[in-house]
Write a protein of this length. Structure first.
Lengths: 114, 113
């Protein structure tokens, strides 16, 4: 079974630029999460989708971050404009259904904002 | 906002030693999960504990869920260098419309040969 795929693996941008991350969850998984993991800390939930609907985006900085999950499969997370404090690893995870929260994670995208 | 506090934040031990990592919260969780994360990789699920007082064993790892479902511990017996990594606890709430997964900050374990 293929795992959660994320791209790119690494990205370096200047502050105020835009960046987008892509995630392809495990086939058939209805729930998709985006997490932000700052170095030395645990993952912080940014947004959770159930199929193509948003379940929880309470910690998403909506003035600069946006996410979508078209057709309930792939998802993209965008930052516009980026700030220095956005430097982190962005992890995508998926689970079969919302109430079975064994989450499978991708390798993440390491973002460096300079 | 529900918070999970993990302790210690860092732990460096010799191979063969035993250790315990703690995960505490003031909130009640429906279940609690433990993940292990290696550098450059995403977290990988080790175990899910659901019932208050539950104890689960995974080879040399023993996981316990507190009676009140607010805290958990991970005990490793005779640690090996392969146990090195970041150990994360994550609380799950099935209530309301969420069912989301909230992580602690993690315990970074280093096992030296």
């Amino acid at each position: 079974e293929a795992g959660v795929a994320q791209s790119p693996r690494y990205k370096i941008i200047e502050k105020r630029q835009s960046v987008a991350f892509w995630c392809n969850p495990i086939s058939g998984h209805a729930t998709l999460y985006w997490y932000q993991q700052i170095l030395g800390q645990g993952p912080k939930l940014l947004i959770q989708f159930q199929n193509n609907g948003v379940v929880d985006d309470s910690q998403l900085p909506k003035d600069r971050f946006s996410a979508e999950r078209l057709k309930g499969v792939d998802s993209t997370l965008k930052i516009q404009p980026a700030k220095l404090e956005d430097s982190a690893v962005y992890l995508c995870a998926s689970s079969l259904v919302r109430w079975n929260t064994e989450a499978f994670f991708g390798q993440g995208t390491r973002l460096t904002v300079v | 906002t529900q918070l999970l506090e993990q302790s210690p934040q860092f732990l460096s031990i010799q191979e063969g030693e035993n250790l315990t990592v703690y995960c505490n919260s003031s909130s009640v969780f429906s279940s609690l999960q433990w993940y292990r994360q290696e550098p450059g990789e995403g977290p990988v699920l080790l175990v899910t504990v659901v019932t208050g007082g539950e104890v689960k064993k995974l080879k040399r790892l023993t996981f316990q869920f507190g009676d009140a479902r607010k805290d958990s511990s991970l005990h490793i017996t005779a640690a090996q260098t392969g146990d090195t990594g970041l150990y994360l606890c994550a609380g799950v709430n099935y209530g309301g419309s969420q069912g989301n997964l909230i992580f602690g900050k993690g315990t970074k374990l280093s096992v030296k040969p």
